[in-house]
Design a protein around this ligand. Structure first.
Ligand code: SF4
Length: 193
């Protein structure tokens, strides 16, 4: 759907420069999705992987973050092979709704209630990032946190349109449950993509 060079705004790698690949197509259909224009893959022209890799090489950071849409609707094996040969770090943002493909240095699992992750994702996720729209989502977050590995970092992230309401709720919850950290969509505060 699009490619851009920016700073990671969310989660553990917040603040780091990376080349972002946003993939068209998503089968999850979250009502709060802030990239609904990504859902219909057919309105986005296919781009050759070699061309994406060539453009990533023109940027100074050796880090590529693949997001969506739901990237795992596609086979990322060749994509990751090419990037690793060029010493890029590969990171994936996924809902976990589809089987994994590709070799990833970092997997951020963002589970969605309407299409829960495949069980295989819980043991391999480096980071669990749960979007919080209302108080009931915290229960969903805890259910997912029970399944990830002990080394997995766990984040609660206020959904953007509800951030003013949910921020105090999340802060209070983390103060009482300090295994969690907060993740903010800091790129939106910085007005960058
Ligand atoms: Fe949007 Fe992500 Fe949900 Fe897909 S999984 S609908 S891209 S928020």
């Amino acid at each position: 759907m699009e490619e851009f060079y920016s700073l990671q705004g969310e989660g553990f790698h917040t603040g780091e420069a990376a080349y972002f690949i946003r993939v068209g197509g998503c089968d999850v259909g979250c009502y709060f999705c802030d990239v609904k224009e990504s859902w219909n893959a057919s309105i986005h022209s296919p781009t050759h992987i070699d061309e994406i890799v060539r453009r990533a090489l023109q940027k100074p950071a050796r880090s590529v973050i693949v997001t969506g849409g739901e990237p795992m609707l596609y086979d990322f094996s060749y994509f990751c092979e090419q990037l690793h040969q060029l010493n890029f770090k590969t990171s994936l943002e996924t809902s976990g709704s589809q089987s994994l493909s590709g070799s990833w240095d970092w997997i951020c699992l963002s589970p969605k209630q309407n299409a829960p992750p495949l069980e295989t994702y819980f043991s391999i996720a480096n980071e669990l990032k749960v979007i919080i729209c209302d108080e009931t989502d915290i229960k969903w977050a805890e259910e997912n946190a029970k399944k990830v590995s002990p080394s997995c970092l766990i984040y609660l992230q206020p959904e953007w349109s509800n951030r003013r309401k949910m921020m105090p709720v999340i802060i209070d919850y983390i103060l009482k449950n300090p295994k969690w950290k907060i993740s903010l969509q800091s790129h939106k505060y910085m007005n960058i993509p």
